[in-house]
Design a protein around this ligand. Structure first.
Ligand SMILES: [Zn+2]
Ligand SMILES: [Zn+2]
Length: 438
């Protein structure tokens, strides 16, 4: 018998941390934080931390990675298994969390030395993707690309006679990033014992193609009225996809991009092993970032003076800035300059945690200024159709839906139960602190 204990991430968006414990083995999948909430850290149990044999990290986003130093503070001395890309990106996510907490006068519950104590172990250097390897005596694992961001992966784990699948944050609809179908990697006929599955978009059934159409129409109508569009996005992830998509769609419109996004694009360019090899247009996707770079499509301001000059120079134009929830100084700086003109649009495309500037702005835009504020999702997670597709590839006896609030997860579970009509699998909508025995 094994047990899953949710320390965070189910029934909520943020602080993903899933403890798998058996008779001999204890593994932790991710350990992140929750932005904007009163309870930002996972429910780490220090006595359990000392028993941990390994930590598996799916990707660098703060809701999966930033509470890892807390484990070391609580006595963990083991390794964190992840990709080289993820480990490299984690440094900037740790730094930005540190900066945000300092700005809000909140104490970090761990020190720099806990962060420096992290011992990474690189997946790519241990085994190629879609191949079983021995993670520890008695624990075998496999990883594959999850299409969510550079370096993001899913995991399969075999231990104590059980098989567990953790999707991490997953999408099969990225324009740039490749994903590996987990079904190709294990006998599809035999069900997993447990699957922890990204269901961040809950019952939403819209496809990426539909979302892109919606985004296009929204941007077109602002451009036609001579307005500027501010697109706040995370430094790594959908930002680069949207840069490429926008440069293809609006060839003659100025697109101003902040430097960290450009850095992210260069990073992508040099990591072709994470990119799709073919696309639905004639060129391969691998060539497109290179082509766009050569064409100098993006305008990159170096300081506030240059930004002011560009704002003055361009009317109908696109502006891409970090971060996605508008917590950064720069996102709010741009907002102040665009807010007074009703032709302008702040276009939010991802999750807005309560308490963040993006969330407050979306709730009551008129409190802050006269420009429009809209949210149109750019998909980097799974909705209901994607979850169904995943369950067809990776059937499981116990399915835990994660990454969405509890009400939405309840709704999704009910719909899935009707849709699946499969009495062998149990589907769970649960919250932090709850357990599943399997
Ligand atoms: Zn993520
Ligand atoms: Zn996430």
């Amino acid at each position: 018998m094994m047990k899953l204990t949710v320390w965070g991430g189910a029934g909520e968006h943020g602080r993903s941390a899933y403890l798998l414990s058996g008779e001999r083995v204890s593994l932790l999948l991710d350990c992140g934080v929750k932005k904007g909430g009163a309870d930002p850290y996972p429910r780490i149990q220090p006595d359990q931390v000392r028993q941990l044999d390994a930590v598996l990290l799916s990707h660098a986003h703060e809701d999966h990675s930033v509470a890892i130093p807390l484990l070391y503070k609580s006595g963990y001395r083991g390794e964190v298994w992840t990709t080289r890309e993820t480990a490299a990106q984690c440094r900037s996510y740790f730094a930005s969390w540190r900066e945000q907490t300092e700005r809000m006068n909140i104490n970090l519950p761990y020190g720099m030395k806990d962060q420096e104590a992290i011992r990474y172990r690189y997946l790519e250097e241990t085994a190629p993707r879609l191949t079983w390897f021995e993670l520890l005596p008695g624990v075998e694992a496999m990883w594959g690309r999850s299409g969510h961001m550079l370096g993001s992966v899913w995991f399969l784990v075999r231990t104590e006679g059980k098989r567990v699948f953790y999707s991490g944050d997953y999408t099969s609809e990225s324009l740039l990033l490749a994903d590996d179908r987990p079904a190709l990697s294990d006998k599809p006929s035999s069900a997993m014992d447990l699957a922890i599955i990204d269901a961040a978009y809950g019952t939403d059934v819209t496809s990426q193609a539909d979302q892109l159409k919606h985004l296009e129409q929204t941007i077109d109508s602002t451009l036609q009225s001579g307005g500027k569009i501010l697109l706040p996005v995370p430094a790594v992830g959908r930002g680069q996809e949207m840069m490429l998509w926008a440069s293809r769609r609006w060839g003659n419109v100025p697109i101003v991009v902040e430097a960290p996004l450009m850095e992210g694009m260069k990073q992508l360019l040099s990591r072709s092993e994470w990119l799709r090899s073919t696309a639905n247009c004639e060129q391969t996707v691998r060539d497109q970032p290179g082509l766009a770079l050569r064409a100098n499509k993006w305008i990159i301001p170096g300081n506030d003076t240059e930004r002011e000059a560009l704002l003055h120079q361009y009317e109908a134009s696109l502006w891409m800035v970090t971060d996605g929830m508008m917590q950064s100084r720069l996102a709010q700086w741009y907002y102040r300059r665009l807010a007074e003109d009703p032709r302008n649009l702040i276009l939010l495309t991802g999750h807005m945690a309560k308490g963040t500037f993006g969330h407050r702005l979306l709730q009551q835009p008129s409190l802050f200024g006269h420009c429009s504020v809209l949210k149109v999702r750019y998909k980097v997670h799974q909705g209901m159709k994607d979850v169904l597709q995943m369950l067809a590839c990776v059937p499981a006896k116990h399915v835990v839906l994660v990454h969405a609030d509890r009400t939405e997860t309840d709704r999704l579970r009910d719909l899935l139960l009707k849709e699946l009509k499969d009495e062998r699998s149990r589907i769970y909508s649960i919250s932090a602190g709850e357990e599943v025995h399997f």
